[in-house]
Design a protein around this ligand. Structure first.
Ligand code: PLP
Length: 368
């Protein structure tokens, strides 16, 4: 796990072939439109002191966007604007969990969420996942919260089945457990029918839904949101206020206009086409050229796909690939408390379609 920042895997810049997961394509971003909106918001205006939940115009725009593209049920008052999902997780810990509380996460899973809960004094346990997502039957009894990525399991990529979602909600209801639903890249879907988020299946207000603009736009903007059940709304607004006041109103106002003017929807459509081509190119090659060493894990969404590796250790393979100018992450790095899986994660946000064949050719040389 990445507890040492010197080992942070994004430190490596300017690799010729970048297959690291988690990075969107910064070249696709509509800079001209964003500059125009930011310039308009940086004139003297009346929003120097903001609303701790986020500017009302942005909360309205997010509630509409989340309903249309993610089937999330939210009024503008349910939305708290955050500096990405990472801050939303921090607020969840502050508002709902005591130090020492037991938090269950998917295993393999998303390291920054585990680091955050551990930094708040929580005990974190990894729970195995299978083809249907988190194994509800393997959840420890004394858990207070479950953090998971049901739309596109990070890092394996499969969605959580509808039956499993209902099983998790039933389990959580019977024990009064909080569910933290991280929906980080749901807009990029290349096939199959989307399954309803836990948030809209939930009938008793125990799901906290987290969304982000890091993949849709750029992670440097630090824009995300939390949808809280009405009973928790004020506590979250207060926690947001205490820890970072009202965020960044000019950027929030620019984002509201970006959504309202249809620019976000257009950007998503354009990016989705580009990412789908890359996804298909990599999936085809894994299925044919790597059939003897890699077994792809079925996935039809997001900015990465994963495959289990037979033969060399994934860390060795990644080191050898790096020497050949190809950067990617080993699956074993994402283990929490379960035995690590041996595999590779193929991110296609940062690499162009034209670069993919050469990146995979080099990787084949390494695995041969
Ligand atoms: C599982 C998961 N959650 C959340 C995020 C984004 O977090 P943030 O909104 O803090 O940038 C990522 C980005 O890589 C991710 O992979």
């Amino acid at each position: 796990m990445w507890t040492d920042l010197r080992a942070w895997p994004y430190r490596l810049h300017d690799v010729p072939y970048d297959l690291r997961a988690g990075l969107p394509d910064t070249r696709l971003f509509p800079y001209q439109a964003w500059r125009r909106l930011m310039a308009a918001e940086l004139r003297p205006k009346d929003h120097d002191i903001g609303d701790p939940g986020g500017l009302p115009v942005l909360r309205e725009a997010i509630a509409r966007h989340a309903a249309v593209s993610r089937s999330v049920r939210a009024t503008p008052d349910d939305v708290i604007v955050t500096s990405g999902i990472q801050q939303a997780l921090d607020l969840v810990g502050r508002v709902l969990l005591e130090p020492g509380a037991h938090v269950a996460v998917e295993d393999p899973g998303y390291p920054p969420a585990q680091l955050l809960f551990r930094s708040q004094g929580m005990r974190v346990t990894g729970v195995p996942v299978d083809a249907e997502g988190l194994r509800v039957d393997a959840l420890p009894d004394d858990v207070r919260a479950v953090y998971l990525t049901p739309s596109h399991q990070f890092p394996l990529g499969m969605p959580m089945s509808l039956a499993r979602r209902h099983a998790l909600l039933d389990w959580a209801r019977s024990r009064d457990v909080v569910i933290v639903e991280d929906d980080y890249d749901t807009e990029f879907r290349y096939g199959g029918r989307p399954i309803e988020p836990l948030q809209s299946l939930d009938e008793d207000g125990r799901v906290l839904y987290l969304g982000t603009f890091s993949k849709l736009m750029r992670p440097v903007l630090r824009l995300g949101y939390l949808v809280a059940p009405p009973a928790l709304r004020d506590a979250f607004r207060m926690a947001r206020y205490i820890t970072s006041w009202h965020g960044d109103p000019p950027v929030q106002a620019a984002l509201a206009r970006f959504i309202d003017e249809g620019l976000l929807a257009r950007h998503i459509r354009r990016s989705r086409r580009a990412y789908q081509e890359r996804h298909e190119r990599i999936a085809e090659s894994l299925g044919s050229d790597f059939a003897d060493s890699l077994t792809p894990i079925p996935s039809a969404a997001g900015l990465h796909l994963s495959a289990t590796l037979s033969g060399p250790s994934d860390k060795q393979a990644v080191r050898a690939a790096e020497a050949e100018g190809v950067a990617l992450f080993p699956l074993s790095e994402f283990a929490v408390t379960q035995p690590p899986m041996n595999g590779l994660i193929f991110g296609y946000g940062a690499i162009t379609l034209d670069e993919i064949p050469e990146a995979l050719r080099r990787l084949r040389g390494v695995l041969a």
